[in-house]
Design a protein around this ligand. Structure first.
Ligand SMILES: NC(=O)c1ccc[n+]([C@@H]2O[C@H](COP(=O)([O-])OP(=O)(O)OC[C@H]3O[C@@H](n4cnc5c(N)ncnc54)[C@H](O)[C@@H]3O)[C@@H](O)[C@H]2O)c1
Length: 256
């Protein structure tokens, strides 16, 4: 089925801001939403990746822009939200996807304090800052939805990365509670192991084999599995769901 068969979907003309949008899940989310008619802003610390992903996705007429933004930098996040307000006048979907991951799935003492600080700044405070900065742009917009990207590592994994993603699950519940009265739903996806380029490059073969061995479904997860969860949680099909984290792990969840 061609992606543009969905051009007249409920996402048409909705505005989406996706952090870490230059590659991996973020770019795949941008592709899926823009193919369904959404106006998409890809924000990435790697500004070149964001602008080239935006150029690629807008080649057939979709409205996709890219900008440089470090989610751990408060003034940078404020400037990015100002750019969204100026260009689009508001925001319907925020995807807090930017994250430091594969190489950070290690004990605190191995990584050391300054790296731990950075992982928490990006994965935790980045989610807090983008959410709070997006709030005024999303308040009162029908169907407004925030989707955070947590991880299967948020369950029973006590590495620096696992704890940062456990915090993302907690933030999902906190902001769901705080923003419900403003009409904003807040949910999260906890992907299992998904072979994005970064994971292919950074994950040791032995870890890949171990994770696949712990899944109930034996195939590796794909970006499409996570995109489908995002489309569900960002749409009216999940209108009665808030504060939840959806595990998409091929059954790895049952081993954690
Ligand atoms: N791939 C997996 O198996 C997997 C599993 C569970 C959770 N996740 C989570 O999904 C998200 C995306 O994963 P991915 O595999 O697509 O990653 P990726 O490394 O392919 O892409 C992440 C993007 O985020 C950007 N980024 C990093 N730090 C940033 C910052 N401070 N501000 C803005 N952008 C920043 C990077 O430049 C990159 O473009 C991450 O939060 C990750 O923890 C991934």
């Amino acid at each position: 089925m061609a992606d543009n068969e969905f051009q007249d979907s409920e996402f048409r003309d909705r505005v989406a801001f996706i952090t870490g949008g230059g590659r991996g899940f973020g770019k795949a989310f941008g592709a899926a939403l823009s193919a369904r008619g959404a106006r998409v802003v890809l924000a990435d610390i790697d500004g070149e990746a964001a602008t080239s992903a935006a150029a690629e996705l807008s080649a057939n007429g979709a409205d996709v822009t890219g900008l440089a933004c470090d989610v751990a930098d408060e003034s940078g996040v404020a400037a990015a939200m100002d750019a969204v307000a100026t260009r689009h006048g508001g925001l319907d979907i925020l995807v807090n996807n930017a994250g430091l991951h594969a190489a950070y799935n290690r004990p605190f003492h191995e990584l050391g304090l300054s790296t731990v600080q950075r992982v928490f700044d990006v994965n935790v405070m980045g989610t807090v800052m983008c959410t709070m900065a997006a709030h005024p742009l999303m308040t009162g917009r029908p169907g407004a939805a925030i989707v955070n990207i947590s991880s299967s590592a948020a369950y029973g994994n006590h590495t620096v990365y696992g704890v940062s993603k456990l915090a993302v699950r907690g933030l999902t519940m906190s902001f769901a509670r705080e923003y419900a009265a403003d009409g904003i739903r807040v949910n999260a996806i906890a992907p299992g192991l998904i072979l994005t380029d970064t994971v292919r490059a950074e994950l040791p073969e032995a870890d890949l084999k171990r994770v696949l061995g712990q899944q109930l479904l034996s195939r590796a997860g794909s970006e499409t599995d996570i995109v489908d969860a995002l489309l569900y949680l960002a749409s009216s099909k999940s209108a009665f769901i808030t504060g939840e984290t959806l595990r998409v792990t091929g059954g790895f969840a049952l081993s954690a």
